[in-house]
Ligand binder design. Structure first.
Ligand code: 5AD
Ligand code: SF4
Length: 491
């Protein structure tokens, strides 16, 4: 994984864990909440915290002090699950020293393994899938009454729209806002459609109100989150599942007559509505899917200065046969056309990606296609993974995981090495230029420096001066590392 000092977004956070702390109103019981995986999981943990704080909990950073330990989990690759398993054994030890402590596993791994986690290993008391967090207070009561508790029901409606997340991972400047849940894409390698269920969009009014509240609370950047933001669709009657397929297609692509189109809120519309909350509120989003991204979204991005000129556009592979086998719904040529549109409509836009190496039957030539597409695309960043077979997915059922661990690792190293060069090249292009930077935090490398990002999501580091978090400053970049610009504020 190549990262600068950036506030990592979405999938970049796979495998990283964050422990969260916040105070409740009445502070009788203590919750230790640890999160793994994608940004969506981190956003979900803020919903979980809101629900429990509403029940009189306060959070703690010390697991030995906790009455309840919840771990919000990821199932996307086997190594994510292994890491969480070993953590569960540590929690079990803490429980030995504090009888009565309740341990719950939440999120994608809970959904995937269901009650197996209770029966086989007796590591946890509660298993709760991503759509069952409203039920957590009941599940806790069940455990207090001597039962083990499971809720892994997936919903077609739940979006937690009415719950105000408690901001836990706080710099007080940037926040995640979930705009939809689930995924209908069924990429053949991916476990997400099974663990997070069917795609559903959140009511735009609740999204805009959340963004307004964040701005009032001093936040200056929101990242709109969904597994596939381009298929966001809301209409007066509710979810898109009640609409005919042709209507959905026409509405998403803005092909309807204006009076008809105005009944729908697409992602392009939503972006504009959020951008209008305040010109000083930056808007980012993730993740875009090359299959569904429309030019309408690109045009909305150009209309508003505060919509950041950065798109995370996972390619997964540069070869059309592999892409078809992955069921991604686009070819190498389609992907190239997407990027060409981005370049024509928004030449200054930066692009990052996700890549999987060693997918079932991938040949050396097909791997070379990925390398050549990376060079052509000139990615600013990439999140790169070896293929990990996931039980229950189409790839596991239909294809052999026939690329050896060594070959996967070697191919991965080749793409990581290439990406390092590409990142360096793209970062260098920012030298000698003035960047508008939103200050997020003190730099990890020096307490005398601040750190923020420019519109293209490149991390920029500069001396603190009299500035403060949440300020916008203009920084002239004079130096750089492979993924970070270094400079000075100019008036
Ligand atoms: N093996 C490896 N990487 C995967 N991803 C999703 N499923 C798998 C898998 N089975 C990667 C994809 C996706 C990112 C979130 O994780 O690149 O875009
Ligand atoms: Fe998984 Fe594909 Fe959905 Fe992304 S778009 S969550 S890779 S199924």
């Amino acid at each position: 994984m190549i990262e600068g000092e950036l506030k990592v977004i979405d999938e970049s956070r796979q495998g990283e864990s964050i422990t969260m702390e916040s105070k409740g109103k009445s502070s009788s019981k203590k919750l230790f909440l640890e999160s793994y995986g994608c940004s969506m999981n981190f956003a979900d943990s803020e919903v979980v915290a809101a629900i429990l704080i509403g029940q009189g909990f306060e959070t703690t950073k010390d697991m030995n002090d906790a009455d309840v330990i919840f771990v919000n989990t990821c199932a996307i690759r086997d190594n994510a699950e292994q890491k969480i398993r070993s953590r569960l054994f540590e929690f079990k030890k803490a429980k030995k020293n504090k009888p009565g402590m309740i341990i719950g596993i939440l999120g994608c791994m809970a959904e995937r393994l269901k009650s197996k986690l209770l029966e086989e290993e007796k590591l946890v008391d509660i298993v709760a899938g991503p759509d069952s967090y409203r039920d957590l207070p009941n599940l806790l009561v069940q455990v207090e009454n001597g039962h083990r508790a499971v809720n892994v029901l997936l919903s077609r409606e739940e979006t937690y729209a009415d719950i105000s997340p408690v901001r836990l991972d706080k710099n007080g400047v940037t926040a995640f806002v979930s705009i939809m849940r689930g995924c209908d894409n069924m990429c053949s390698f991916c476990v997400v459609p099974f663990t997070r269920g069917r795609e559903r969009s959140r009511d735009p009014e609740s999204i805009i109100n959340e963004a307004k509240q964040l701005f009032e609370d001093g936040y200056r950047e929101v990242t709109l989150l969904g597994q596939n933001v381009d298929s966001y669709l809301w209409w007066g009657g509710g979810q898109k599942k009640e609409l005919a397929v042709e209507t959905v297609h026409a509405a998403l692509n803005h092909l309807l007559k204006p009076e008809e189109q105005s009944k729908y809120t697409t992602f392009a519309d939503l972006l504009e509505l959020v951008a209008q909350v305040n010109p000083e509120l930056r808007v980012r989003f993730s993740t875009s899917n090359p299959r569904d991204m429309t030019d309408a979204v690109l045009h909305s991005m150009t209309k508003y200065e505060n919509i950041c000129k950065y798109i995370h556009l996972p390619v997964q592979s540069g070869n059309s046969r592999v892409l078809a086998k992955m069921n991604r719904g686009y070819s190498r040529e389609d992907y190239i056309k997407r990027i060409e549109s981005i370049r024509v409509i928004m030449p200054e836009c930066s692009i990052s990606t996700d890549i999987i190496t060693g997918f079932c039957s991938e040949t050396e030539e097909e791997h070379q296609d990925t390398l050549s597409l990376m060079k052509w695309s000139k990615y600013f960043y990439a999140y790169m993974f070896s293929y990990s077979e996931r039980p229950g997915t189409a790839a596991e059922k239909k294809f052999e995981d026939d690329i050896s661990t060594e070959v996967k690792a070697r191919r991965l190293q080749e793409i990581v090495d290439l990406q390092r060069l590409l990142s360096e090249e793209q970062t260098k292009l920012g030298l000698g230029k003035i960047h508008r930077v939103l200050i997020e935090s003190i730099s990890k490398k020096s307490t005398d420096m601040f750190c923020g990002r420019n519109t293209q999501n490149t991390v920029v580091v500069f001396p603190k001066g009299n500035h403060k978090r949440g300020d916008y400053v203009n920084v002239l970049a004079t130096n750089c590392t492979s993924a970070t610009l270094i400079g000075e504020v100019i008036s």
